[in-house]
Design a binder for this molecule. Structure first.
Ligand code: PGA
Length: 251
């Protein structure tokens, strides 16, 4: 069965609650495409207003981060139950900005992935290599290590429902996109890794996104690749361009 494409915006630390509502309203007529799942992963403080603003549309709600703990004395953290109660379905886990700036390691991210599944949220698990790693020729080894570490204890049935985002760090926010062939090579290697950990059924079901300077101009070529099932979009998710990416299959 063909995998359904999933285009997710990662708003990062952009848009106040009132700006967020405005952006949702601007994008509303542009992001209708019955062939594609559309998700807005928004800052925690925007989750409630965006949830209200997307009501009755095709857009689903996502968070950019989540605690690995259930509740209690964790100042500043947001739990899975809080996200669920606010209508969140997806949660980004292990974005390179969280791995890099906030030192989130694979053991910690594995706990978050397990927590998301336990509570019924769909993880969008990010992985990706630095420029140094790409130049040293260790990209595929590195990605395999990230995936295998972050999915410890995840069952095949759970893995089938999740999303993995391949985001080369050198392509994020830099305007330097991986070529469609480079992106396909790694997304294919991720699928093979999933087949190795689980089985081919799981590998065929899991959705793998590319992220890193995807825009209205390059999305068509990237999304045409057999192992690229969608995009995780940063900068272009804040502009009407996002509608063009969602409608990549229309002329
Ligand atoms: P970008 O960000 O599209 O601005 O490169 C992608 C991401 O970091 O998810």
């Amino acid at each position: 069965m063909a995998r359904r494409k999933i285009i997710a915006g990662n708003w990062k630390m952009n848009k106040t609650p009132s700006e967020a509502k405005e952006l949702v309203n601007t994008l509303k007529p542009l992001v209708e495409n019955p062939d594609v799942d559309v998700v807005y992963c928004v800052p925690a403080i925007d989750i409630v207003p965006v949830g209200e603003a997307i009501r009755g549309t095709n857009v689903q709600l996502g968070a950019e981060n989540m605690s690995d703990q259930d509740k209690g004395a964790y100042t500043g953290e947001i739990s899975a139950d809080m996200l669920l109660d606010a209508g969140v379905k997806f949660v980004i886990i292990g974005h390179s900005e969280r791995r890099g700036y906030y030192h989130e390691d694979d053991a910690f991210l594995n706990r978050k992935v397990l927590k998301a599944f336990e509570k019924g949220l769909t993880p969008i698990l990010c992985c990706g290599e630095s420029l140094e790693q790409r130049e040293a020729g260790v990209t595929l080894d590195w990605i395999r290590l990230q995936i295998k570490s972050d999915l410890q204890g995840v069952t095949a049935e759970q893995a089938k429902t999740m999303v993995i985002a391949y985001e080369p760090i050198w392509a994020i926010g830099t305007g330097k996109t991986a070529t469609a062939d480079q992106a396909e090579e790694v997304c294919g290697a991720i699928r093979s890794t999933i087949a190795e950990i689980y089985d081919t059924d799981t590998a065929e079901a899991i959705r793998i996104q590319y992220g890193g300077s995807m825009n209205a101009g390059n999305c068509k070529e990237l999304l045409a690749k057999p192992d690229i099932d969608g995009g995780l979009i940063g900068g272009a998710a804040l502009k009407p361009d996002f509608g063009k990416i969602v409608n990549y299959n229309k002329d």
